[in-house]
Design a protein around this ligand. Structure first.
Ligand SMILES: NC(=O)c1ccc[n+]([C@@H]2O[C@H](COP(=O)([O-])OP(=O)(O)OC[C@H]3O[C@@H](n4cnc5c(N)ncnc54)[C@H](OP(=O)(O)O)[C@@H]3O)[C@@H](O)[C@H]2O)c1
Length: 374
């Protein structure tokens, strides 16, 4: 499988399993999907199945779109959803996957926003409309968001969740000017890599904390090459040398927290007075340990961010169009690349799941339905 990083749940997700592929009027009446009927260990509860569409996709309802999925990353939220520990609870059985990209094959008579050949991602208006780990789907027009199809496919496949999250956190919480400093943990995550690249394009400096590991210099080099100003380990952040490093730059106005736990204190003590920490992930599975003094003497502001909620609140907003325009522009300029990745054929999804659940990989697993991506 080659190195590498695309989505949608339709009306068909609870349909009976069939064994023989067939097609009517040029549209496939069956599709392969990664499904689960109960929560638990993804390696045990996920199953690959051939499902059949409720109605023939060659005779779509007027508001429906028929798609082939191209690629879909495996994100921590997907794993948590399957495990049953994600805060959003959906009725089972389900098709897994929140993120990814599809290509429009045909549209119903009343569909105005899409045409054949367009690339689309989930619109996030309805969680029940998603389920991206599949080959084909039929879904309603309102559940799709069109994105440009002149950028590399794997960039497009990985933009909707992680780089959009990075972009919003860098623009919505604090006014940042050129030379200002942003500090983050989990910096080798897909979000962290997007933060580094977008911040560099904005002229910001970044201090990037990663977990220590053998051969850490490889991660350091990767992140520096992406535009990181400094890459340090959690141990360094806790050491007296950290004070010296932070003394060479402006005090951070913004901190981005992917991890939680007690390492938060090592970040907050270097932050500017009235600065903001935005929490978007909880990878350590530990609560935030915030020293009382950070509130009293530094008046620190603790905020949270959830991309799905932002999308719901800004479905057809100028801000959302502007964000996509900006991010696709960075991709075209060679300033924003997909996270370090590995492509995995959809039918080998367990291989991608296993790798995702291992620590210290720094490699986004991307399920691909289009074999030319392998
Ligand atoms: N709020 C939102 O809207 C939003 C949007 C996107 C993502 N997220 C969240 O952001 C986080 C990162 O997502 P992603 O797709 O970027 O992840 P990813 O690429 O899969 O990377 C996972 C990261 O978590 C780190 N990690 C794993 N276990 C850890 C532990 N016990 N302690 C400290 N670090 C640990 C990994 O570091 P190692 O290399 O050291 O293992 C890696 O940096 C997830 O929690 C995800 O749910 C939230």
């Amino acid at each position: 499988m080659s190195v590498l990083c695309r989505f949608i749940r339709s009306r068909a997700h609870r349909l009976p399993i069939v064994n023989i592929a067939r097609s009517i009027g040029g549209a496939s009446t069956e599709y392969f999907a990664v499904t689960y009927e109960e929560h638990g260990d993804p390696m045990k509860v996920l199953e690959g199945k051939t499902l059949t569409f409720e109605t023939d996709p060659s005779s779509l309802n007027s508001n429906e779109v028929y798609l082939r999925m191209l690629a879909a990353p495996i994100n921590p939220a997907d794993i948590n959803m399957i495990q049953g520990v994600y805060p959003v609870k959906l009725t089972l059985p389900l098709i897994a996957g929140f993120d990814g990209i599809g290509e429009v094959l045909s549209v119903g008579s009343a569909v105005k926003s899409f045409q054949s050949g367009d690339w689309v991602v989930p619109n996030a208006v309805s969680r029940t409309s998603i389920g991206t780990w599949r080959t084909h789907t039929v879904c309603e027009e309102e559940n799709l968001w069109k994105i440009p199809n002149d950028i590399p496919l794997l960039s497009a496949a990985t933009l909707a969740v992680n780089p959009c999250t990075a972009y919003r956190m860098l623009t919505d919480f604090v006014d940042l000017g050129k030379g200002d400093v942003v500090i983050q943990n989990g910096s080798n995550s897909a979000v962290g890599q997007a933060v580094i690249q977008i911040a560099a394009a904005m002229g910001l400096q970044t201090v990037n904390i990663v977990r220590d590991r053998p051969n850490n210099e490889i991660i350091v080099k990767w992140l520096i090459d992406m535009g990181a100003t400094h890459v340090i380990t959690q141990e360094f952040a806790h050491s007296p040398e950290m004070k010296m490093l932070m003394g060479t730059m402006r005090q951070p106005k913004l901190a981005l927290n992917c991890v939680g736990g007690k390492g938060i204190a090592d970040i907050l003590k270097y932050m500017e007075r009235k600065s903001t920490m935005v929490t978007y992930g909880g990878m350590s599975k530990r609560p935030l340990m915030v020293p009382t003094g950070s509130f009293i003497f530094n008046d620190v502001r603790l905020r949270g961010f959830w991309m799905s909620q932002w999308n719901k609140e800004h479905v057809n907003s100028p801000e959302r169009r502007e964000m996509w325009h900006y991010l696709c522009g960075l991709v075209r300029k060679g300033r924003l690349f997909p996270p370090i990745y590995r492509t995995v054929p959809l039918e080998h999804f367990k291989d991608g799941i296993k790798r995702t659940m291992e620590p210290y990989t720094t490699q986004k697993q991307i399920l691909v339905m289009d074999k030319s991506l392998l």
